[in-house]
Ligand binder design. Structure first.
Ligand SMILES: CC(=O)SCCNC(=O)CCNC(=O)[C@H](O)C(C)(C)COP(=O)(O)OP(=O)(O)OC[C@H]1O[C@@H](n2cnc3c(N)ncnc32)[C@H](O)[C@@H]1OP(=O)(O)O
Ligand SMILES: CC(=O)C(=O)O
Length: 526
């Protein structure tokens, strides 16, 4: 089967998303990553829009890309001018990209309302913009904006706009579902009519306003489209663009279409996360194929079955897209979840050992009290080790006190914690200040323990989340604290629950410290 050409517009349409913006240097790094992923075209921006996009086209020439072509985006010429005098068309040529993509109007309503010109004049805009660009750029792509809405409103005129693009020499005509309102069942009949009207290669560009952008792209491929536009992680204007992180594996693994190779497909998840990172956005954990939860199993029945055969609850093998199977523990767990976790933590546990059932019951009891271990696997590992009696007593806390005071209305509050710990036979009594009561307690705990366990200095608190559990008791409600800690080798999550926020934080902090000590000891043992 012929190659499906992947066209990524993360750097153009992706940046039209609320909250997404990239520096020029980041755009270049993303282009390099997309090239490694095997993307055939990268739309780098609209040089007629802003200096940053002009700089991108200048800078991208300095990096070596293996196979991708760089496309510059713009519109057809303005009315009442000629392409050679149109500022936007001139900047497209001056950017010297491998490819130019311009969008033009298909929908008669848009021609009348947005451009306020005649239908005939719009055909001239399309024809002479493309014909001019074809003389100056090696490859020219035409994005037929609002194609599907335009076709539904006035099919004859919509097809005339495509013919104008074909007559001008466009190398590919891309049918755009600009407002994202088209549903998959509508595509086959429309595509059949388009194929009767034009013979140029066809592409698809969809938006996700009806949650159908990926589905529409795949249906289009099934009906002969050879060029697919989309963005990484589905970034894009309003509800986003068709998500290439879902389209690529579907094409490759389910539809048997040639697009990227196996090794490139394995880099899908890491590329997705790289782009989230540069966009400074938290990855969507529920994202298909590449999200943390895409292959995370929670229900006991599911966990039991995947251990017998992964395909029972997994639609592909996660490693094909660089993801992994995960087993979660919660009050929906069965013994299979406990055994899977024991294996992950390298803890010997026999399914017939009554301790397995005891751990399961303890887990359910604790979840009922408000604990949640999905984001706090380190606390769950400690719970297992405690139940098995294999957790070494590194230290015990005899007691602590936290004082939070604001002495004058116009002064910052002061937080101070004192703590008494026992390590071996020795008692250590320390005090520390902090920016807030939890920070003061954390500082006092570390100060007391660092003398005995200097490796604690390597440990950092990376995230701290407080959740008020819905008991309707206002400030007297139960709180759950989740802490994420890390050192040079990894990150781990711990949890505490109490009707006192300091006490809940204390539990999560102590678990985080004990986990660090357990982890280092296990590593030493090899
Ligand atoms: C479907 C899409 O995603 S298309 C891409 C949308 N992305 C963007 O708009 C981001 C980049 N845009 C920009 O930086 C600016 O809008 C610019 C520089 C392109 C234009 O800025 P301005 O000249 O101030 O115009 P403005 O932003 O108000 O856009 C309206 C103009 O675009 C014209 N226009 C819109 N679509 C087209 C088209 N396909 N062909 C020609 N002109 C067009 C309108 O006729 C109007 O021109 P007029 O003011 O002369 O009547
Ligand atoms: C071209 C484009 O971005 C659109 O029609 O949505």
């Amino acid at each position: 089967m012929s190659l499906i050409r992947l066209y990524d517009t993360t750097l153009r349409d992706g940046t039209q998303a609320e909250d997404v913006s990239f520096l020029v240097a980041d755009k270049i790094r993303i282009a390099q990553k997309l090239d490694e992923l095997g993307i055939h075209y990268i739309e780098g921006g609209w040089p007629g829009s802003n200096p940053k996009d002009i700089a991108f086209f200048k800078d991208v020439k300095k990096v070596s890309l293996k196979q991708t072509k760089i496309a510059a985006f713009g519109s057809t010429r303005r009315a009442k001018t000629t392409p050679d005098k149109d500022a936007n068309i001139r900047t497209l040529v001056q950017a010297e990209p491998d490819v130019v993509t311009i969008f033009g109007k298909t929908w008669d309503f848009h021609v009348h309302e947005a451009l306020r010109i005649s239908l005939e004049e719009n055909l001239e805009l399309i024809y002479d913009s493309l014909a001019y660009l074809k003389q100056h750029v090696a490859e020219v792509i035409y994005d037929a904006e609002h194609f599907f809405d335009g076709y539904k409103a006035n099919p004859e005129y919509a097809l005339k706009t495509l013919k104008a693009a074909q007559d001008a020499g466009a190398d590919c005509i891309v049918l755009c579902d600009t407002n994202g309102g088209t549903l998959p069942y509508e595509l086959p009949a429309i595509l059949a009519e388009v194929k009767k009207a034009v013979s140029t290669d066809l592409g698809i560009h969809t938006h996700n306003d009806s949650e159908c952008a990926v589905a529409n792209s795949l249906v289009a491929v099934e009906h002969g489209i050879v060029h697919v536009q989309g963005t990484m992680n589905g970034f894009g204007e309003r509800c986003g663009n068709a998500n290439l992180c879902s389209i690529i594996p579907a094409l490759r693994l389910k539809m048997g279409r040639e697009c990227v190779n196996d090794a490139q497909l394995k880099a899908l998840r890491s590329t997705s996360r790289y782009i989230y990172e540069l966009a400074n956005l938290v990855p969507n954990k529920h994202q298909a194929y590449v999200g943390n939860s895409a292959f995370a199993h929670k229900g006991g029945v599911h966990v039991s079955a995947i251990q017998r055969h992964p395909e029972t609850y997994e639609h592909i093998r996660p490693e094909q897209v660089g993801n992994v199977t995960r087993v979660l523990v919660s009050d929906l767990s069965g013994r299979s979840n406990i055994l899977a976790k024991a294996e992950q933590f390298s803890i010997n546990l026999d399914s017939k050992d009554p301790i397995t059932q005891e751990i399961l019951e303890n887990l359910k009891e604790m979840e009922n009290k408000g604990f949640q271990f999905e984001g706090a696997e380190a606390s769950f590992e400690l719970l297992m080790r405690r139940a098995l009696g294999t957790l070494r007593q590194f230290f015990s806390v005899i007691g602590f006190r936290v004082i939070d005071s604001r002495r004058h209305e116009d002064e910052m509050p002061l937080s101070e914690a004192t703590i008494q710990v026992k390590v071996g036979g020795k008692i250590e009594h320390t005090a520390a200040e902090g920016s807030g009561p939890v920070n003061a307690l954390d500082n006092a705990l570390r100060k007391a323990l660092e003398k005995f366990y200097p490796q604690i200095r390597e440990m950092r608190l990376l995230d701290y989340k407080v959740r008020v559990l819905p008991a309707g008791k206002g400030t007297a409600s139960i709180t759950r604290v989740l802490i994420e800690s890390g050192d040079k080798d990894g990150r781990w999550g711990t949890v505490g629950v109490s009707d006192n926020i300091i006490d809940a934080s204390y539990q999560a902090l102590v678990d985080a410290l004990i986990y660090k000590l357990v982890k280092d000891l296990e590593e030493k043992k090899g």
